[in-house]
Write a protein that binds this ligand. Structure first.
Ligand code: ADE
Length: 248
């Protein structure tokens, strides 16, 4: 899978991708990630990527031409991408579902937005989808691009060593994850739940499913409005609700 990331901070993006899951994916040849310095696509002596806003006001606006040239160069040298993503707080929410969709593509260009915004004409000059990683404002789209590349890459077969850890992820089934424990079996008087030491695989499986439901109900009940539960999960949800009522 190919990623091309266009940024005014290539060092920041490079550092964020060098290690961990993405770094390993690149080493294994499963991921092909290129970082492009937006200033290489400027045409003036100062290598300007921004200018003052028409109509006045504070801050600067990203110029469209360097971004257009960057995408044209990527198209000519790396092939036509399946999609161009612009990171921006005005974008549609980037969710696990979006990560799954993007992981099915072969080539993604990411444009990291900066400053007060990008000249609106870019959106017609380069058809792109705008994605936001959350309802807060970052000082630039680089961190958002890193989040997107990370979440998408780990879904690409061969990037994460054991594919079961991706399948069993929090959110992979629309619910939060169950609790995890490792050795030792007791820390400062706190014990690992007995069921996990029982060696009884069926009981462990059911306990984990129940804990995932319980956590989701406690922390993110909104997720239960949209997720499709199977028969066992519906029964577990009833059980958890009844136990909650009994305690209160
Ligand atoms: N750029 C600034 N804030 C952002 C956000 N929340 N998501 C994506 N890109 C951004």
């Amino acid at each position: 899978m190919k990623f091309d990331i266009v940024t005014i901070f290539p060092g920041m993006v490079g550092a964020g991708l060098a290690e961990g899951v993405v770094g390993r994916g690149v080493e294994r040849g499963v991921l092909d990630v290129r970082i492009h310095d937006l200033r290489d696509f400027t045409s003036d002596r100062h290598r300007s990527v921004d200018d003052v806003p028409y109509g006045g006001g504070p801050g600067m606006v990203m110029k469209p031409e360097p971004l257009v040239r960057a995408v044209e160069t990527i198209r000519a040298t790396r092939g036509t991408p399946d999609t161009v993503v612009l990171t921006s707080p005005q974008g549609l929410p980037f969710t696990q579902g979006e990560a799954v969709r993007l992981s099915g593509l072969g080539h993604i260009v990411l444009l990291c937005g900066r400053y007060e915004g990008i000249d609106e004409r870019l959106r017609s000059l380069v058809p792109c989808e705008e994605l936001s990683i959350g309802d807060y404002v970052l000082s630039g789209g680089e961190l958002a691009a890193l989040v997107i590349v990370d979440a998408v890459s780990r879904l690409v077969p061969g990037v994460v060593g054991d594919s079961r850890s991706v399948e069993e992820d929090s959110f992979s089934r629309g619910l939060l994850d169950h609790p995890h424990y490792t050795r030792p079996a007791e820390v400062s008087g706190q014990k690992v739940p007995d069921v996990l030491l029982s060696g009884h695989h069926e009981e462990v499986r059911r306990w984990r499913r129940k804990m995932a439901i319980q956590r989701t109900l406690e922390r993110r009940p909104d997720l239960l409005d949209t997720v499709e539960l199977d028969d066992e999960q519906r029964a577990l949800l009833d059980e958890v609700r009844k136990e909650g009522k009994r305690e209160s």
